[in-house]
Design a protein around this ligand. Sequence first.
Ligand SMILES: [Zn+2]
Length: 427
Amino acid sequence: MDRTTILHAVDSVFDSELEFLAELVCHPSTRGDEQSAQDFVASQLSDRGYELDHWQIDIQDISHMPGFSPVIGNYDDAVNVVGSLRSRTRRGHSLILNGHIDVVPTGPVDMWDRAPFAPYIDGDWMYGRGAGDMKAGLASNLFALEALKHLGLRPAGDVFFQSVVEEECTGNGALACLQRGYHADAALIPEPFAEKMVSSQVGVIWFQVRLKGLPTHVAYAGSGANAIEAAVPLFEALHRLERRMNAMECRHHDYTNHTHALNLNIGKIEGGDWASSVPAWCVFDARMGVFPGQKLEDVRQMIEDTIFEAARNHPFLARSRPEVVYNGFAAEGYSFKDNKSAAARAALGALDRAHSLVAGKPLEQEAITATTDARFFGLYADTPALVYGPRAEAIHGFNERVDLEAVRRVTQTTALFIADWCGLEEQ
Ligand SMILES: [Zn+2]
């Protein structure tokens, strides 16, 4: 098949792709609310003739697996969707096209220019929570296959289109796909990293610190212990740990040019009950980055040592020891660059060829300071996982937006990559 014909086929389905993307952004698929978006994806897949698997994740099925993260809340709404497109000939490689349906909370809606779940296009950009991270990626995965179908073709290897939950807090959605038996020769995840291939990603640990104070009337505050104020020296101690972990001699080789790859974020805090009562409790949630190759248990130990040492030096916490709880991400770092297997080199070569043709320049690689679901395929399923998607801005911020011409190019690159990696057969 002539490659230019494939590029034009993407152009001819691109309006439908944008409609699909806009509809997907309308579903406010934050944690615990993913169901309507997943129902929409499932109906789209079955209408298009995919073999559909739509299931609720059972924690018991995955809690023993490497890569499992402890769970927040219940999983009543945690449903995954996979559409399979089976090849008749299986002459080529198989492929997982993965994307996550969950989006992060909007924050105060009045700080957005327009409603976050009412997508709109302005110039070359589509705005809305999740437009970039990563509903555009789900759209490009699906419409790369639609473009091939438009030409009367389909992949000559099995392809599994995955729409997973839980990427933004645990990764347990992608893990559940492994448990369900979905394996392939490579995986492609179009997370929005500006048409660069992610060569490495950091790991992430979420932890929660619980402090207990002693409530008194504020008039006698000296006799009480303020649990909220007691948290402040712990923040400072954790930031000192962050600086030590980022020191040059600790860095993974793919991060030598990053001055600050591992970020500590104090992401959430609650505490106290009343303005005139010394707060009796405080709970804060934090996120810490981890380099590829670092053991999570070692980092957890460092976090606990830091907190308990700071507590020992605090007049009140020395007598009321903080509690550290792990909730959410227990994600190891992952470096595609460290994978020297023939399969990994072949998959990267195919992506590079496709990208170079569409973008007119060779594929750049970048080590990112966030995590993605790629780690499940790379670390626990021996599957090279390519992370490559469109340019987006303000992901996790206000007025999130995705560059639509980049979405078009990524869809074209994906279609060419499928043609190269899987080969093509008649519909
Ligand atoms: Zn994402």
